[in-house]
Design a protein. Structure first.
Length: 158
């Protein structure tokens, strides 16, 4: 008769790590593809005011960013030093705001249209005249959710 060997002597087999580099490269390519870099190159100088009570915006994909400030040195020869509005990657006027809002609204699912927020990133040294014009145009366009961007106030050491 044949002798049957006992299987107790064998341990658990080692885990193969041959496919580990493949998995790492797949993850690397996945994150490279889905990562979205900066939306717009800032063409205006923005130093937002400080605030002590801040809340974060929940969904950044539902936010329109409107930048208001003086053009950076690179663009001052072309646009001057007066405060300007930047929508996306280009300078704009107050009249361009409705089209900017509509382009963003088209890219958002219809169920989330009521959740769209306009975030004003305004330089702290800008007068409120241009900001008031932007707010009036937002109101006329039906965009009533407006947010002011600010930076956290640094507490002085006592």
């Amino acid at each position: 008769m044949a002798k049957f060997g006992s299987k107790r002597d064998k341990g658990t087999p080692a885990i193969s790590t041959a496919s580990l580099p493949d998995i790492i490269f797949i993850l690397l390519f996945f994150f490279m593809v889905i990562t979205k870099m900066r939306d717009a190159e800032l063409k205006v100088t923005i130093r937002t005011p400080e605030a002590s009570e801040l809340t974060k915006l929940e969904k950044k994909s539902l936010v329109n960013y409107l930048y208001i400030g003086r053009p950076i040195e690179k663009y001052q020869s072309l646009y001057g030093t007066r405060p300007r509005i930047q929508l996306g990657d280009k300078f704009a006027t107050v009249g361009d705001i409705p089209l900017f809002l509509e382009k963003h609204k088209v890219s958002v699912p219809e169920a989330q249209h009521a959740s769209i927020t306009s975030s004003l990133r305004v330089d702290g040294k800008i007068t409120m005249g241009i900001v008031q014009d932007v707010k009036t145009q937002l109101r006329k366009s039906g965009q009533l959710k407006v947010n002011y961007s600010a930076r956290t106030k640094v507490q002085a050491a006592e």
